[in-house]
Design a binder for this molecule. Structure first.
Ligand code: ADE
Length: 242
């Protein structure tokens, strides 16, 4: 997969060289380029923002650098990328959206700052490529960079060949619509807190039942919205919600 990121803070994206994303890049599974949006400014101050029409606090990102950047990165006649723009006004990032994005050959991220990007940038881009505005949650960040890190991480781990153990993709939170059960490792007792006996019983049927019950209780308490959204038939007769 190819990924391009447009930002006025390229250093913010340095973690894209670390850990498993860095490894995926080294292995050629991911081709990431981070571009400084100011490269497409012409004035001495390399201005990317201006005051909002209609008034109000803060600044808005001017359209011109974005247009020139898109012209250069997405030449006419080439198959365009999917443009992903982080925004608190976007659709929520979910595992389903991450899977959808992971199926794309090329993602172009545009990081807004200040009060956002001039709407005409998004409107013009939508005439040339698919555009998805994505929100990291009902919270306001300084800009899109941290959201890009989150989206790229969620997408990268779904790319074929990135995760060694394919099972770790199927058992975890949200792939089955439920939160994961709590996990334990050695030692068996730590600060007077024992690992639940069932997990050390070797009885795989009981362990699966316990994990399922824990997942249901956790989901009911923490995310009743997820439980309500489960497709019919997901809960069976053996599931009891405590
Ligand atoms: N930029 C500012 N806030 C954001 C959020 N919640 N999600 C994505 N991008 C953002």
């Amino acid at each position: 997969m190819r990924i391009d990121v447009l930002t006025i803070f390229p250093d913010y994206l340095a973690p894209l060289s670390l850990s498993l994303i860095g490894r995926a890049r080294e292995r050629g599974l991911l081709d990431v380029s981070v571009h400084d949006l100011r490269r497409w400014t012409a004035d001495v101050h390399r201005t990317v923002d201006d005051t909002p029409y209609g008034g109000g606090p803060g600044m808005v990102m001017r359209p011109e650098p974005w247009g020139l950047a898109f012209d250069e990165l997405v030449p006419v006649g080439t198959t365009p990328p999917r443009l992903v723009v982080p925004s608190p006004a976007g659709v929520p990032l979910t595992q389903a959206l991450a899977a959808d994005l992971a199926a794309e050959p090329w993602l172009l991220f545009g990081c807004g700052r200040y009060e956002g990007i001039d709407q005409r940038v998004l409107d013009e881009a939508a005439d040339r490529m698919p555009v998805t505005e994505v929100s990291l949650g009902d919270v306001v960040l300084f800009g899109g960079e941290v959201a890009v890190l989150a989206v790229v991480e969620a997408v990268t781990r779904l790319l074929p060949g990135v995760l060694g153990n394919a099972e770790s993709l199927t058992e975890e939170s949200h792939t089955g619509g439920l939160l994961e059960a709590p996990m334990y490792t050695k030692p068996p007792v730590w600060r007077d807190r024992p690992v639940p006996d069932v997990l050390r019983s070797g009885d795989h049927g009981r362990i699966a039942r316990w994990r399922r019950d824990q997942a249901l209780v956790r989901t009911a308490r923490r995310r009743p919205d997820l439980l309500a959204a489960l497709p019919p038939g997901t809960l069976d007769a053996t599931d009891q919600l405590a």
